[in-house]
Design a protein around this ligand. Structure first.
Ligand code: FE
Length: 196
């Protein structure tokens, strides 16, 4: 008799993932080893990658310009591969704040920030970030003055956004590494600003 206690039926999406994966392996399009290596690679990405990009943009005006023009290419210059994706970098200014969401699912700049946090994928965040961004930011502890405009960017399967926060004041003599350490994942999604 089957041990009913340990039996866990697949959810709809798990079943879809397993079916697709097995089919790709069966057809010889990818191997189990390649898939495992890719999953491992993605799991090892941390937001430090994105922080490196931000700090570079703060200290290097030329790089900042390139990053805002073509995020994918600028990151590639730093040796960060952005596979088949358009990376759009949006810059916070004293009058404008940017916030990133994926209203449909969980599209996220994983190649720079790693796996998205649970709240990013929640229905609550996805629906409210576009309707009442100021209230959402306030719940994250970020109170923005009324005169600061908030722009919300809805990610898609082939377009991802990264927020370039404002460089904190009184950091003129900081090294790039030290600056990078002040940039958190949340700053690059736009639900926080760097605090030193
Ligand atoms: Fe998505």
């Amino acid at each position: 008799m089957k041990d009913q206690g340990s039996y866990q039926p697949y959810s709809y999406f798990q079943l879809m993932e397993v079916s697709l994966r097995e089919l790709l392996v069966e057809k010889g399009i990818v191997t189990e080893a390649q898939l495992a290596a890719t999953v491992e690679e993605v799991r090892n990405i941390t937001p430090e990658r994105g922080a490196r990009v931000v700090a570079k943009a703060w200290v290097n005006t030329e790089f900042r310009k390139k990053l805002l023009q073509d995020g994918t290419r600028a990151c590639e210059e730093l040796g960060l591969e952005i596979p088949a994706l358009k990376l759009v970098v949006v810059e916070n200014t004293p009058t404008e704040h940017n916030l990133v969401v994926c209203t449909l699912c969980s599209c996220y700049p994983r190649m720079l920030l790693g796996m998205p946090p649970e709240w990013y994928k929640s229905r609550n965040y996805r629906s409210r970030a576009v309707r009442e961004p100021r209230a959402v930011l306030s719940e994250f502890g970020l109170e923005l003055a009324q005169e600061i405009k908030i722009r919300v960017h809805d990610s898609t399967a082939d377009m991802r956004y990264l927020v370039l926060p404002m460089r904190p004041a009184d950091t003129e003599d900081w090294s790039e590494e030290r600056l990078a350490a002040s940039v958190t994942r949340d700053c690059m999604i736009g639900v926080a600003v760097p605090r030193i």
